[in-house]
Design a binder for this molecule. Structure first.
Ligand code: NAD
Length: 481
């Protein structure tokens, strides 16, 4: 027998310990060859004053084992506690969140009997960078960061996943009609990547209409890749319309490490009652077994589980009169799955994890050549409430350092000077764009001198953004209005 694969296991809070025990019992009965190292995370750790929610030493275990099976945790009420999930994903570089949503019609109630969608959510960036600032009395901002390597990693993963799992199509959801630079980059990388996978269909949807289609006719989608926030929202929606959030597992994949979990929380109201459905965590563990190269065991577990669902052996959350045959508790459900190991479903489609070749995932040296970067101006953001946009334009227009002159002022992104409309509502946060002529290069020292003069003229400059051209293409949004 080969050496067991070391995995880190956290039992979590609420229903966590019950569903973890059931899950481990099932996969070990199926022959999972694993060596478990338990770590402590969650509420107790937070309440001990450790703000990450993970005991000291746990990071060493995670970095050594590189595989983490995690039960849900309870985040204590009140401020100051960092999200353990967000910290773990970012600290360990878990860039792809893989969330299958499958319906089990007619055994679990759903309006979408043939749904079988995998959402692959970018997991490290977007608005989840958590960089927020209050800048004026009225205005707060959150920085949305989309990077080329971040997009390349997750989009490449989506195509490799689709190919390895015999899927046909990869769809991208973005909002690049509005966020032309950030979501525009995600879209561009999607197109570049798709061109390398001619065997797979690809398509792009604006996220609003894409979400509507996904809620209405999920069967027309296969694998969908999207930035973090859209993926967070839509993957829960997809799991719910497939039948129940209680049935969905999820994988968080990084270059070195990976974490596997259920998508639901710690369900404190039913904790300690042996009632919870362990299926979500168990399906997360199935993804873990595939990841560590124990696909045959994964298949045994998954098919026995499908047979259990099809035989009508259900926990209370999916129990339906007329369809379910026996209501079982957590341990009863685990025993039912164990007793079916080696069997396959007859009505539901059996799963197969025959992955022919290892996925060719993104590596750090997959670099493009660097663009030529030229400074051409600066956006100066002011906290100002002394009058109309024309008043601001008239006085700030006196401040310049050749060739940098005030060209336009916007408020919440809409142009208000010159030639603004009196109807436009203005806050106390003004973006004042200083540019040279026709993409002419300016020196950083000229920007510094300009900012000095803006301050000397009595303006409250709350932030600046340098304006660059990259290979001649503006790296900043055009002004609307
Ligand atoms: P929840 O997912 O815990 O519960 C939502 C509803 O689904 C509840 O009615 C619950 O009883 C039911 N439910 C969830 N899992 C179930 C299961 N396996 N079997 C049967 N029923 C199940 O969400 P919540 O109530 O919003 O959050 C509770 C706690 O969980 C909070 O502290 C939250 O921060 C935490 N949480 C943790 C994670 C995680 O660790 N990954 C994820 C989400 C929420």
């Amino acid at each position: 027998m080969t050496q067991p694969t070391p995995i880190a296991v956290a039992y979590g809070d609420g229903i966590g310990p019950e569903i973890m025990e059931a899950t481990l019992n099932i996969i070990q009965a199926a022959g999972a060859n694993i060596a478990i190292e338990t770590i402590e995370i969650g509420e107790k750790v937070y309440l001990r004053g450790i703000e990450t929610g993970m005991e000291h030493g746990a990071w060493d275990v995670l970095r050594r084992t590189q595989v983490f099976l995690k039960a849900p945790i309870t985040t204590p009420q009140g401020g100051g506690y960092k999200s353990l999930n967000v910290t773990t994903r970012k600290a360990l570089g878990l860039y792809a969140n893989v969330r299958p949503s499958v319906s089990y019609h007619p055994f679990v109630r759903t309006k979408h009997p043939t749904m079988d969608v995998v959402i692959i959510r970018e997991n490290e960036e977007d608005l989840y960078a958590g960089i927020e600032h209050r800048q004026t009395e009225q205005v707060y901002q959150c920085l949305k960061l989309i990077t080329r390597p971040g997009s390349e990693k997750v989009i490449r993963y989506a195509f490799e996943y689709a190919r390895a799992h015999h899927r046909k199509k990869v769809t991208c959801f973005v909002k690049d009609n509005i966020m032309k630079l950030t979501d525009g980059l995600f879209h561009k990388v999607f197109d570049e990547t798709a061109a390398k996978y001619p065997d797979l269909e690809n398509e792009m949807w604006i996220v609003d209409i894409g979400a509507a289609k996904l809620a209405d006719t999920p069967e027309r989608f296969d694998v969908i890749v999207m930035p973090n926030l859209y993926g967070d929202i839509l993957s829960d929606m997809a799991a719910q319309i497939a039948g129940s959030v209680g049935l969905a597992g999820s994988a968080n994949i990084g270059e070195q490490c990976a974490m596997f979990e259920a998508i639901h929380g710690s369900a404190p109201r039913i904790a300690g009652q042996n009632r919870a459905n362990p299926s979500g965590l168990m399906l997360g563990a199935v993804m873990m077994l595939v990841h560590i190269g124990q696909a045959a065991v994964a298949m045994r577990v998954h098919n026995a589980w499908l047979k259990t669902i099809e035989d009508g052996i259900h926990t209370y959350d999916i129990f339906m009169d007329g369809i379910s045959r026996q209501k079982v508790d957590t341990t009863g459900f685990a025993e039912a799955v164990i007793s079916r190991l080696g069997e396959s479903p007859k009505v539901l489609k059996p799963v197969s994890y025959e992955i022919e070749q290892p996925m060719a995932l993104w590596r750090k040296n997959d670099h493009q050549k660097k663009a030529e970067k030229r400074l051409v101006g600066v956006d100066v953001f002011l906290d100002w409430d002394q009058g109309s946009p024309d008043d601001l334009g008239a006085s700030l227009g006196q401040v310049f350092v050749d060739p940098l002159h005030l060209r336009v002022i916007t408020n919440r992104g809409i142009k208000v000077w010159p030639d603004g409309l009196p109807e436009t509502f203005c806050t106390d946060h003004w973006r004042c764009r200083f540019l040279g002529e026709d993409g002419e290069a300016v020196q950083p020292s000229q920007v510094v001198e300009l900012l000095k003069r803006v301050g000397e003229a009595g303006f409250d400059n709350v932030k600046t953004e340098n304006l660059y051209l990259f290979d001649g293409v503006p790296g900043f949004s055009a002004v609307h209005g």
